[in-house]
Ligand binder design. Structure first.
Ligand code: LER
Ligand code: MN
Length: 272
């Protein structure tokens, strides 16, 4: 049984921030290390949801995480896996079988942790920058079959970050080919602005395969400080009946404090 965030649980789409656990990410106002304190700050900023950037999930205890989330009154909506790509060189599409196997195992370890929380596991940069699509497909099958109760979200990334899967259409082709119910799409408005013909059309194309969403403006700054047509994105999300979370994955610019009020972010992008 796949757990999905319930309608009405947090009103319209819970908004979240990214908290790095072991290694830094440029897409968070927080530093790794004191991440239990960061969870409290996310909650104090008015966000109901959090995405954890975890390099190695074996270092995170499920019971410990549950206690921290309960204390902070936060819901874990996703874990992101890309840090193992830049830090350890792991890739799901590498021609080196050993590297590929380690990348598959890493995703499976994320799935083991995510399962207890109904969180989505993100497949972003861990797919590799220029690997082989056939190998990526094999690896994704092994991940998806590992636990059909955990949803995997393949993220179309812009062409400057990878040659593999830049658009929703490419992601859907691979997903439909694999036929795994727990494999879907993470739609990131920054990448979509570069690669899709239209951002709302990209959302509509993903439809019920839309498992998760990253929000950043056209310049990858805090939503509301670029020129993306967010109200049109909300309209498209309503249209496809999206019931997942919206996580800010943006540079903390023009100033980090501008990410630290969910109410202000909502107001700036017309989320009410
Ligand atoms: C990951 O979610 C992402 O969007 C990448 O651009 C991170 O480098
Ligand atoms: Mn993203």
């Amino acid at each position: 049984m796949i757990r999905v965030i319930g309608e009405g649980e947090f009103g319209r789409w819970p908004l979240g921030l990214i908290v790095p656990v072991q290694d830094p990410t440029p897409f968070s106002p927080f530093s790794p290390g004191e991440w239990s304190g960061s969870l409290v700050r996310v909650s104090q900023a008015g966000y109901p949801a959090v995405e954890l950037a975890i390099t190695d999930p074996r270092e995170v205890s499920s019971a410990g995480l549950e206690a921290l989330l309960t204390q902070a009154e936060l819901r874990l909506v996703a874990t992101t896996t890309g840090q193992a790509a830049w830090k350890e060189g792991l890739s799901l599409s590498s021609p080196d079988e050993g590297v590929r196997e380690r990348a598959i195992t890493r995703i499976q370890e994320h799935m083991r942790l995510a399962r207890d929380f109904g969180a989505v596991v993100i497949v972003g940069l861990l797919r590799g920058k220029s690997g082989e699509k056939g190998l990526l497909k094999q690896s994704l099958r092994a991940c998806a079959q590992f636990d059909p109760a955990v949803r995997l979200a393949l993220e179309p990334l812009n062409r400057y970050e990878t040659e593999l899967i830049n658009t929703v259409a490419e992601a859907l082709e691979l997903i439909e080919d694999l036929g795994q119910e727990n494999l879907g799409i993470l739609f990131d408005t920054f990448h979509a602005n570069i690669e899709e013909r239209s951002i709302p059309e990209g959302v509509r194309l993903a439809r019920d395969r839309l498992f998760h969403l990253h929000l950043a403006d056209s310049n990858r700054w805090t939503p509301g400080f670029g020129h993306l047509p967010f109200p049109k994105v909300w309209e498209a999300l309503e249209g496809v009946g999206y019931r997942g979370a919206l996580v800010l994955e943006c540079l903390p610019r023009p100033e980090p404090r501008l990410m630290l009020s969910a109410a202000e972010v909502r107001g700036r992008v017309g989320l009410g």
